[in-house]
Design a binder for this molecule. Structure first.
Ligand SMILES: [Fe+2]
Ligand SMILES: [Fe+2]
Length: 264
């Protein structure tokens, strides 16, 4: 068994600092093998916010795989966003915007869905292009067969209701089909600040694709939901157990997300 802690949308710059110590204690108790953060480490990609985010990552009780979110490139500085959007990410968080983690039990593929500008839609909505999808497919093809496969991105590949459909990545259907073709068991994402799960049948019926969204773990940008993160246990036979830890009356309470219906 391997245990992941899935955090998302930390938004340093607008965090509820009362949650930091309880989160640290909860993570120490949960003893994850890996911590995954599905983007939006900061509020506005400012130096101070990245310094806080980097210190938070250094203090985690396990190795951390993190991908950028739209708030991790400067929104207030259009020129820097266009010319060198990840400068601060690179200096504080790491050089790799699409990290990979592989061991004998699990293979995680980080995907950077952030776009710096767009003619068509709000740049904050994210993007995944055809060539990008081909590169991801190439990475999945190169993985050894045995480990459980997990894809981590910031923007949603699936929306929990029709109102949020315009926030879903274009080509998400194509991406999800490709993930299923490559026997991906789990997709982790954030951005919506809403926690939910959605299961799609796999090409191999014994190996469905589970899409899991995290709420915002410690920010005050709550959008009607409580702060939350996920503890995810994966067995080598493909069994997945997801438990949300939801901040309720001053403590992290275990809860199960509803599994949303949807078409394949
Ligand atoms: Fe966010
Ligand atoms: Fe976001």
């Amino acid at each position: 068994m391997i245990r992941l802690a899935h955090l998302s949308d930390l938004h340093f710059g607008r965090t509820d600092t009362n949650l930091l110590l309880p989160l640290e204690e909860e993570l120490a108790q949960a003893r994850p093998d890996l911590v995954v953060i599905s983007g939006d480490l900061t509020l506005s990609a400012r130096e101070r916010e990245f310094r806080e985010a980097a210190a938070f990552i250094r203090a985690l009780p396990a190795p951390c795989l993190v991908v950028p979110g739209n708030h991790d490139i400067p929104s207030h500085h259009a020129l820097e966003r266009l010319v060198n959007p990840f400068r601060r990410w690179h200096s504080h968080i790491g050089t790799d915007l699409e990290p990979t983690w592989i061991d004998s039990r699990i293979a995680l593929i980080g995907v950077n869905t952030v776009q710096r500008a767009s003619w068509r839609i709000n740049w904050s909505h994210g993007r995944i292009g055809r060539r990008h999808l081909a590169r991801i497919e190439h990475r999945l093809s190169a993985l050894p067969p045995a480990p459980i496969r997990v894809v981590v991105g910031h923007h949603p590949f699936f929306a929990p209701d029709p109102v949020l459909q315009n926030r879903v990545l274009r080509r998400s259907d194509e991406a999800l089909r490709m993930f299923r073709r490559h026997r991906v068991r789990l997709v982790l994402a954030g951005h919506l600040h809403r926690a939910f799960m959605h299961e799609l049948p796999g090409e191999d019926p014994a190996w469905p694709l589970l899409v899991v969204h995290g709420g915002t773990t410690i920010s005050t940008r709550l959008r009607g939901e409580s702060n939350a993160f996920n503890i995810i246990d994966l067995e080598t036979d493909g069994t997945v157990r997801v438990e949300a830890r939801v901040w309720t009356d001053g403590q992290w309470l275990g809860q199960t997300h509803p599994v949303l219906p949807g078409t394949s």
